[in-house]
Design a protein around this ligand. Structure first.
Ligand code: DON
Length: 567
């Protein structure tokens, strides 16, 4: 695990996993796919189509969620999953809002220093690749919890087309074939043999995943507990333990998805509802938006120098707070109210200046008196009944831990890397954590996933989200601003070039080819460090916007194979 070959492979594979699709600047503000009544936007056409099929059968957004999520597990094993976890934010037609947390958990046998060697140094790759990287999966618990509480159809009807898809197969896209080839050597290194997805697969080939079809059939027949205590659970645990994992049957039996109060805040005439901890998404998005609200971004212009400065400086401050204060709310006290309060956030921006950057080293987290505590996919659905959901789900890295349960037909996550293995030590996404996000048995690792629903004057306006690790929050932010401040269509809002700052490292990441050299030079002259290489793409946003005439506009990010389907 520690050898250099594997390290290089992993590095290469993380780089290769980014789609280096050509960036372009938004020239014409054209609309995306339009639908009258209902829409699903996801990372794969087949998954969006199956979601719509379920809606047409009389199902609602929660039925479509179960079908879309499982169809992504079939067609988009890069991030779609049974072996991972996620978050759902919803708004019912009557305006009720809520959130479901089906994030993975640390196994019972995990320990705070499990990724450190005898000298207290982080052991490379242990939390990112292979069996020790895996958190207890939450996805099946999540889709069942949501569907059983709010869905209308029976599970068998919902899963039927997905099982057919797994049996009959899906056609590999060009992007997908490239990825399978790029990951082939790491799949072989981790699994010690060829798996279903390998470099001999070409664009246009059909992949049938019979093992996954059988797993889904058993889940359809026996329900949620098939995954957590039935035959599937036993097969999974015996496989995991043979690979050296510390996950036990008891871990699976104890797993529960949890309903959470989402984070809600106002920005101009918008009400924004997003994911609460254990995701940092809602709080960070809220902090950034509240910090930038007093500035006239619309006047400065889209991706203009002053707009970028204001956003970047707010992002730095929010990510510094994230690293110190945020973690699983079942384990740490989070001062949510203060973190989102006007007084606190005005104070955080007190030292902001257009003249020069605030160095990240001078920033740290804000002081809160009395506080004593010490690769992903998103889909958006609006149904014909007026319910809206935003769901982000993940295995963490591309194909998660790369460990593939052949008999069951799915990859296992590497979500344990989202914990802070050691205070101050960056994780794969370069995020620094502290005590609040340290490892403990049954604790949920902090996330950046930001499934978000926006209302305008009390009415549903947008559902949006994205993959992208630490860049998720800032990608969702820019998409909302692109529509609200700069008048972009939903499609152009998701396609527009993006930038990102996460406090540490102290640099602005920008998508290459998306920004003028002149602008970059101006930022550098002010003292900002620009990194055009770290992120060939930033986020891959999927969203739905409700237009003035009540129709729906899908925004399916051109950076991937994402597709909007509606009726
Ligand atoms: O929960 C999180 O924040 C990360 N595990 C998300 C990973 C991700 O978005 C990977 N996609 N590029």
């Amino acid at each position: 695990m520690k050898n250099r070959f594997l390290t290089l492979l992993i590095l290469f594979s993380f780089i290769a996993c980014k789609d280096v699709s050509k960036q372009h600047k938004t020239e014409v503000n054209t609309r995306g796919t339009i639908a009258e009544k209902a829409m699903v936007v996801s990372a794969r056409k087949e998954a969006s189509e199956i979601g719509v099929q379920i809606l047409k059968l009389g199902g609602n957004a929660f039925d479509a969620m179960m079908a879309t999520e499982m169809a992504l597990a079939v067609t988009y094993p890069y991030a779609g999953n049974l072996g991972g976890g996620g978050f759902l934010v919803f708004r019912l037609a009557d305006g009720t809002k809520g959130a479901l947390d089906y994030r993975e958990k640390a196994p019972l046998a995990s320990t705070k220093n499990m990724y450190l060697d005898d000298n207290g140094n982080v052991i490379k790759n242990l939390s990112t690749v292979g069996s020790m990287a895996i958190g207890v999966p939450g996805t099946i618990a999540g889709i069942f919890e949501a569907q059983q509480k709010y869905g209308k159809l029976d599970v068998k009807t919902v899963l039927k087309p997905v099982i057919e898809l797994a049996n009959n197969g899906f056609v590999v896209t060009k992007r997908q074939a490239k990825r399978f080839a790029a990951y082939d050597s790491i799949f072989n290194a981790v699994n010690k043999k060829q798996i279903l997805f390998n470099k001999s697969i070409k664009a246009g080939d059909t992949i049938r995943n019979k093992a996954l079809a059988h797993t889904l059939q058993r889940i359809s027949d026996h329900g949620r507990n098939e995954f957590y205590s039935g035959k599937t659970a036993e097969t999974l645990v015996s496989f995991l333990q043979s690979e050296g994992s510390i996950i036990t049957l008891e871990d699976l039996k104890k797993y529960e998805a949890k309903w959470r109060n989402p984070v809600t805040f106002e920005y101009d005439d918008l009400t924004i509802t997003s994911m609460s901890p254990p995701s940092s998404g809602g709080i960070c998005l809220g902090q950034i938006m509240k910090m930038i609200e007093p500035f006239d971004l619309n006047d400065y212009g889209h991706n203009a120098l002053k707009t970028i400065q204001v956003i970047i400086e707010a992002e730095k401050r929010a990510y510094a707070d994230r690293s110190y204060y945020l973690g699983d709310p079942d384990f740490v006290d989070i001062p949510t109210e203060t973190l989102l309060s006007d007084v606190y956030l005005q104070d955080r921006m007190n030292n902001f200046s257009f003249e020069k950057p605030t160095p990240s080293d001078d920033l740290s987290h804000g002081n809160i008196v009395g506080y004593e505590s010490d690769e992903t996919t998103h889909y958006s659905i609006v149904d014909q009944f007026g319910n809206a959901i935003a769901v982000t789900t993940t295995l963490n890295g591309a194909y998660g831990s790369k460990l593939y349960a052949e008999e069951l037909g799915f990859f296992l996550n590497n979500e344990m890397d989202d914990f802070s293995s050691k205070p101050g030590e960056p994780n794969y996404f370069g995020l620094i954590g502290a005590e609040a996000n340290s490892i403990a048995p049954e604790k949920r690792m902090l996330s950046s996933m930001t499934p978000t629903i926006v209302e305008k004057e009390g009415e549903l306006y947008m559902t949006v989200g994205t993959p992208g690790g630490s860049t998720i929050i800032t990608s969702v932010l820019q998409t909302i601003l692109n529509v609200h401040e700069f008048g972009l269509t939903m499609q152009n809002a998701v396609d527009a070039p993006r930038f990102h700052h996460q406090w540490l490292p102290d640099e602005i990441r920008m998508e290459p080819n998306g920004f003028d050299d002149k602008l970059i030079k101006e930022l550098e002259a002010l003292g900002y460090t620009i990194n055009l290489k770290r992120s060939p793409v930033i986020g891959k946003v999927d969203g739905i916007l409700i237009l003035d005439n009540g129709t729906l506009e899908g925004g399916a990010d051109h950076r991937g194979d994402d597709t909007a389907v509606g009726f």
